[in-house]
Each structure stands twice: as C-alpha cells, then as structure tokens.
Design a protein around this ligand. Structure first.
Ligand code: NAD
Length: 344
C-alpha cells in the first residue's frame, strides 16, 4: 500500500511512519513543510529504509501537492500536517488558518483531481484520512457524558476552530464530490518525539533543567490521555476498515487532571534523576494565569472503534509514562535541537 503521509516529521506522523514501515507492505511518501514543529532529525531513523521517501513541501502549495500525487501514485492520503499548539493559535492564528484550513482544502482538492483520474478498481480502494481532534467539540462539565461521534462541534480556540473547519471541508468533499474520506478524532497524545512545548515534555524538561514548571490556573483541567502507539494502531485500523464518510473517536480511557499528571511526572523524575539534596521536583510546580478560553474537560467515547474493529488501547498509562520520561532523559540531542532550532 502506497501512502502519502503529511506532517510525518511531527510527533504523531513520525510515530505512524515508523510503525507502518516496521511491517511489510507499506511504501510511504512523507510530505512535510518542516516548520518549527517538524525536524528532519525526527525522521533520521527512517532514512535509507526501503519504502520510505521524503518531500519537503507545504500542503497549501497546490502545484506541489498535484505533482506529489501524480508522481507517487498513492492508494491513500493521510493528512496529519497541522499547526497543533493551542497557545500559539492564541498569540498568532494566521499559520493555523493557512495550514489547517487552506492546507486541508488544497490537499482535498488535489486529492479529488487525482482520485477522479484513477481507474475504478483503484478508486474503490482509495481513502483520504483526516486526523482530527477531540478539541473540535469544545469542553465538557464534570460528570457530562464523554463526546460521541454524533455530537455537534463547538470549538473554543483558534486551533480547534481551524481543525473543526478542516473536518467540515473533508465531509463536504465526501458529500458533494464523492471523495472517500475518513475522519479519526484522537484525544490528547503523549509519547516519544512530542515537541517540548506540549504539557508532558514541558514538565519533564523543565524539571530536568530545574526550572519552574508552569501549570495553567488551578490545574484541574481534565484530558483523556492516549499513548501515541495506541493512536497509531487505531489510525491503521481506521484506514483499513473505516467506512467512507464516517468519523471515529480514538481515546485512551485515561482521564487525568493536569496538576495530578504534573505531580505524577515529577515523582517519576524523582525516581529516575533525583535532585541534589533530595528535594522533590513537585516543588518546582508554579500556577500561572489560565489560558483564555481554556477548555475544562475532554473525554472521548470510543465505543464505536471497540464495537466495529475490536480496537482497545494496549498501553497502561503508568508504564507508558515511565517509558516516555525515560525516552526524554535518553534523547537530549533530539529535544535540545527542538528547543533551539539553530542547533540543528
Ligand atoms: P506536530 O505539531 O508535532 O506536527 C505537525 C507536523 O506538520 C510538523 O512536522 C510540521 O512541520 C507539519 N506541518 C505544519 N504545517 C504544515 C504545512 N502547511 N504543510 C506541510 N507540513 C506542515 O503535531 P502532532 O501532535 O503530531 O499532530 C498531528 C495531527 O494530529 C494534527 O493534525 C493534530 O491536529 C492532530 N492531533 C494531535 C493530537 C495531539 O495530542 N498531539 C491529538 C489529536 C489530534
């Protein structure tokens, strides 16, 4: 199967590319603009591997997308390219509109032209998989039922609004033009190769550097944490067995308040890299002014994925967090280049 995977130099995309290329039967063209969030070092373990190709390009560049599709002749397009950090979408929304909305539109349109030129057998097999997020639903109050695929979109931030808009475009390209699309909606991911600006790496790396660990507001915001390897296997199943035009939730069944999670990570750091004098890292936690429009709680009902595909997350959070902390402790050269891109 030939896959054109956008955003493959980012966190989830690179884990997905590594997972698929560890099996027989996949050829992958990673298309990535290499923004501050995507670094070639992230893909270094794939270089030279049979079946792997890389193209540096912007998904909003229509001629580049048309040429990539015509040359590579994929059986599916997986769109993970996006601006993904909520805080950046508040201080500067323009790149989010460019990559998440204009980029998704451009890729959809190029994919539709490509799809229309395929023979009927290849058309039946073709899929456009959009990787979306639980954040499009807005937030939940404590005790509310988890989000279901049928819930209305109520995004809160420029990030989630741009992702919601992208999903609407993807659905419209199915309803209006017949492009066989799938939408996978994941909850908060964690694991190796996540950019240092995101919550879990921030806590680990601030602790490592003995710096204050900022927690928004009272830290009671709840997220459903999903280990990236579980997300990746869900994406593989949705691509293989999903019904065109449908959305699928992917959750970790692991709700945690941000403050509890930060304390947990600090305890792991106490174990793996004790501070001089035996002081606990949790002393470094500092409450800072809450993010404007901060969603209180997300939770995903992923019973559809369970029922239809028998998919379950396979990683217990305690073990997966331990592995994640150890990975950051052992891969300073990777995250140091992300903190200071000039070092690349
Ligand atoms: P990331 O920020 O780590 O990676 C995004 C990648 O996209 C980077 O390599 C970047 O260079 C690339 N990119 C950005 N704009 C581009 C453009 N215009 N053209 C080509 N490449 C471009 O993000 P991530 O955490 O890996 O998220 C991947 C996808 O999954 C995103 O669509 C995100 O919305 C979605 N998602 C993420 C999470 C999460 O918790 N991280 C959860 C659910 C869904």
């Amino acid at each position: 199967m030939r896959l054109l995977l956008t955003g493959g130099a980012g966190f989830i995309g690179s884990n997905l590319a590594r997972h698929l290329l560890s099996q027989d039967g996949y050829e992958i063209l990673v298309v990535d603009k290499l923004t501050y969030a995507g670094q070639s070092t992230t893909l270094r373990t794939l270089e030279g591997r049979p079946g792997y190709q890389f193209l540096q390009a912007d998904i909003a560049d229509a001629p580049a997308m048309a040429a990539a599709l015509a040359r590579f002749q994929p059986d599916a397009v997986l769109n993970l390219a996006a601006e993904s950090h909520v805080d950046r979408s508040i201080t500067g929304p323009a790149p989010f509109i460019h990559s998440n909305l204009v980029g998704t539109y451009t890729l959809l349109d190029a994919s539709l032209h490509y799809y229309r030129a395929l023979n009927p057998t290849r058309q039946r097999a073709f899929r456009f998989l959009q990787v979306s997020t639980d954040e499009v639903y807005g937030d939940l109050a404590p005790g509310d039922d988890a989000f279901r695929e049928s819930d209305p979109y109520r995004p809160s931030s420029p990030y989630s609004a741009s992702k919601a808009g992208a999903d609407h475009l993807v659905r419209a390209w199915h309803r209006t033009f017949g492009l066989p699309v799938l939408i996978a909606m994941g909850s908060n991911n964690y694991g190796p190769y996540q950019h240092p600006e995101k919550l879990i790496p921030t806590v680990i790396l601030r602790a490592w550097r003995q710096e204050a660990i900022p927690i928004y507001g009272d830290g009671s915001q709840q997220r459903d944490w999903l280990y990236v390897d579980d997300h990746v296997t869900a994406l593989e199943r949705i691509l293989a067995d999903g019904h065109p035009g449908e959305s699928y939730h992917v959750g970790g069944h692991c709700e945690r308040a941000n403050l509890d999670l930060a304390r947990h990570l600090c305890r792991l750091m106490d174990e793996f890299k004790p501070r001089p004098g035996g002081h606990p890292y949790a002393e470094l936690i500092e409450h800072v002014t809450d993010r404007p429009g901060h969603d209180r709680r997300y939770a995903m009902d992923f019973s559809r994925l369970r029922r239809e595909f028998g998919w379950e997350p396979q990683h217990a959070m305690e073990q997966a967090l331990r592995h994640t902390v150890q990975w950051y402790l052992e891969n300073e050269s990777w995250w140091a280049s992300m903190l200071d891109p000039k070092a690349e």
